[in-house]
Design a protein. Structure first.
Length: 83
């Protein structure tokens, strides 16, 4: 398990239910993204607009159920962010 992926997932999980929705990802990246990047928990180049956040969500939603488990999230961010 990637500790960076876990830390980022937990930061994006705004309602702390163990899953990420598209709205959570977009909202959290817009509100917390700069701070997470400054702390080294998110690459600066990964900060983007709502469309970029939505695309990240789509790439991670392997089973198409419109929510991300940690495992789905981890697989994509570890590969994309080189963790």
């Amino acid at each position: 398990m990637s500790e960076k992926a876990r830390k980022l997932f937990d930061a994006l999980d705004l309602n702390h239910d163990g899953q990420l929705t598209r709205l959570e990802v977009i909202t959290a990246l817009r509100s917390k993204g700069p701070t997470l990047a400054a702390q080294g928990d998110l690459p600066f180049w990964a900060l983007g607009d709502a469309d970029a956040s939505s695309a990240l969500f789509d790439a991670a939603d392997a089973n198409g159920d419109e929510v991300l488990s940690f495992e789905e999230f981890e697989a994509v961010v570890d590969r994309r962010f080189g963790w």
